[in-house]
Design a protein around this ligand. Structure first.
Ligand code: ZN
Length: 450
């Protein structure tokens, strides 16, 4: 089974035979298709198509062409569409200096708005970039929370390294099979296989053998064939690998796992299993289980899925962002959900390792002001050297001073701030209590779970 991760089935060139095109794709083994938006109208058509047809998903967004066409209110309207069933991403969005539909400034402005939307909704992005790689990559590097794919990749090796360095995926379609695409093929040949997705970009860019025709998702096996040749594997293996990658990135038809779980008074929200620390006493890697609840996520939930998970629980007063993973790595999503819950009169707590400011490269606690009632920060040591040994932060020695700053910032911006230390051999809880007090925080000793 194959996934066409980028097609424009809503395009008017499919108006006469859209259903047949979709059926031909299915018959060719292309079971899932993602219809990519680019304007408000196109995004709307994609959402409707996803609702009507099994196996079709949609992304919504405003691309550089849509940027020129856009009218007041379109960006907000795309934001509302992003919350709809069947929407799995924001896109396509990006910069296009080849077609210059509108000025570079205007393109960048819309791109930034769209990236913000993606981060707030916790959705991956489908990125379009033509002759603008250096500008585009600098913008993307400022957004650590982003996941997504650079579609129809046309950069050079240095660009590819930067894209992969951000954890983004690459996709390619018909052009992979063109004779002039030798350098693209050699890059794809060498790149990590868990980061490549297949696409057709139908009705554009048909593969070799169909050039000059309207492209359609049924031609995707030809792209997989080319890929299999480059990677020296079977077609079936190429299909399986790329399908797995597409499902992982867009979470197609797969439940994320336990997103919300309850204790006596509170409901807990599990947004990620990633963490920038590897505390010696933490079981995240071997057994992320709390009170018998398996918190291993198959993938990270988006805002819509978090809302769904919380829908069953309206009675617990307090909502706690805390799972097996660091919730503030998904700061935009925390802010979206906390904002909505706060409006509904709920009390919000965040449990954190206090290192999010290093990750995002900016002050985080002012952004949580008014959204979060209480923050609980793992301190665990009053000594920088011991802290590094216990918590093994990926930022090394920069971590402890950043943690101290985070607690100070929290004390200014959040009503209740508690620094905590686990009960663990060698942890000096009294020294931690003294430091917490100095920084303007309360202090609590935490029992180790399990
Ligand atoms: Zn496209």
């Amino acid at each position: 089974m194959l996934v066409d991760t980028h097609c424009h089935l809503d395009d008017k060139s499919f108006d006469a035979d859209r259903v047949e095109v979709i059926e031909r794709a299915r018959a060719a083994g292309v079971g899932l298709m993602i219809n990519i938006g680019g304007t408000l109208a196109g995004s709307r058509r994609g959402v409707e198509l996803a609702a009507a047809e099994q196996g079709i998903y949609a992304t919504v967004g405003i691309d550089p062409f849509g940027a020129r066409e856009r009218q007041t209110g379109d960006i907000e309207a795309v934001g509302a569409l992003a919350e709809k069933e069947g929407v799995v991403g924001i896109g396509e969005i990006g910069l296009d200096y080849h077609h210059r539909h509108t000025s570079a400034e205007d393109q960048a402005e819309v791109l930034m708005e769209m990236l913000e939307l993606a981060v707030a909704q916790g959705l991956p992005v489908s990125l379009h970039c033509r002759e603008a790689h250096s500008e585009m990559l600098s913008i993307l590097e400022g957004a650590r929370e982003l996941s997504g794919v650079m579609h129809c990749f046309s950069g050079d090796e240095a660009d590819l390294a930067r894209v992969l360095g951000m954890g983004l995926y690459i996709s390619a379609g018909g052009p992979l099979s063109y004779s002039r695409s030798r350098s693209l093929r050699s890059m794809v040949k060498e790149m990590p296989r868990d980061k490549f997705l297949l696409e057709t970009d139908s009705p554009y860019l048909p593969p070799q053998g169909h050039r000059g025709e309207r492209n359609e998702p049924a031609y995707l096996p030809l792209v997989s064939e080319t890929l299999a040749g480059e990677w020296d594997i079977s077609r079936q293996e190429a299909d399986e690998l790329t399908t797995r990658n597409a499902r992982r990135l867009f979470g197609l038809g797969e439940a994320p796992g336990t997103v919300a779980y309850r204790t006596k008074e509170s409901v807990y929200v599990n947004l990620t299993n990633r963490c920038t620390s590897r505390c010696v006493f933490c079981h995240r890697e071997e057994a992320p289980v709390i009170n018998g609840q398996d918190l291993r996520l198959r993938r990270e939930p988006c805002a819509r899925e978090v809302r769904e998970a919380l829908r069953e629980d309206r009675e617990s007063e307090e909502v706690v962002f805390c799972g097996y993973g660091e919730p503030l790595l998904r700061l935009g999503l925390v802010k979206t959900i906390a904002g909505e819950l706060k409006q509904a009169g709920r009390r919000i707590r965040v449990n954190t390792n206090g290192l999010a400011e290093l990750y995002h490269g900016r002050a985080v606690t002012p952004e949580l002001k008014g959204l979060v009632d209480e923050i609980s920060i793992s301190l665990n040591s009053a000594d920088a050297g011991q802290y590094s040994k216990l918590c093994r932060p990926q930022e090394g020695e920069r971590a402890f001073p950043a943690l101290v700053d985070f607690i100070k910032g929290a004390a200014k911006n959040i009503p209740v701030v508690t620094a905590t230390a686990v009960e663990y051999p060698g942890v000096d809880t009294e020294a931690c209590a003294r430091l917490a007090k100095e920084l303007g925080a309360e202090f609590r000793v935490r029992k180790l779970v399990e």
